[in-house]
Design a protein around this ligand. Structure first.
Ligand code: AMP
Length: 189
């Protein structure tokens, strides 16, 4: 899986300074561990983007309908020159390439990729809300995020570690290895 296709928005990327963007990954269909690893690999190969670090994998029961498999979740930090919408386009292309299809609300998915934060920007458009809605009380997002960036803050100054402390209880099982082998990181530009 590769997300290397260029677009007019991506072509403008080199004019922008790199921005730290935290991305949440989730999967509960097919082979979630393999899909999360393949998605990390694809994220690391996006144009004008580096994958800086990746969390461990977290296994947890579904948040929505309960008649679906457990999820595997992780968070990665990207350093990217892609503009927010170009980054969203790239993530959605990766979801499609992984075989994602439409299901019920909070239903099962082959691959889910969400932009949690993009630098310290707050964005509210038809296609994009940043910080991502709902992540402030989702333990399966906050735990891997705090693992790789204990000092991380939202644009309004709230600390991820504090949000994690206050988040509703949700059973999480953390796996021992990171979701992607950081030693594979290569520059793409
Ligand atoms: P989901 O089913 O959770 O993957 O939601 C997909 C929809 O959320 C798409 O229509 C996106 O345009 C929209 N969306 C809004 N904000 C974000 C975000 N921060 N990251 C990813 N998708 C987003």
């Amino acid at each position: 899986m590769r997300g290397g296709a260029s677009s007019p928005a991506a072509d403008l990327a080199l004019k922008m300074p790199p921005v730290d963007a935290f991305i949440a990954l989730g999967s509960n269909l097919g082979d979630p561990l393999a899909q999360i690893a393949a998605a990390c690999d694809a994220l690391a190969h996006l144009p004008h983007t580096h994958l800086v670090c990746a969390s461990k994998r977290y296994v947890n029961p579904p948040m929505g309908p309960q008649d679906q498999p457990d999820y595997v979740n992780a968070v990665v930090l990207l350093s990217t020159q892609l503009a927010p919408l170009a980054l969203l386009d790239a993530l959605q292309a990766l979801e499609q390439a992984a075989g994602r299809f439409a299901t019920r609300h909070w239903g099962e998915r082959v691959l889910d990729l969400d932009i949690l934060t993009y630098g310290s920007q707050t964005i509210q458009t038809e296609r994009l809300t940043i910080p991502h809605v709902g992540m402030a009380d989702r333990r399966f997002v906050l735990a891997p995020w705090a693992e790789i960036a204990p000092q991380a803050q939202l644009p309004d100054g709230r600390h991820i570690a504090d949000l994690l402390d206050a988040a509703p209880n949700h059973p999480l099982q953390v796996m021992s290895a990171v979701c992607w082998d950081n030693s594979d990181v290569k520059a793409t530009d």
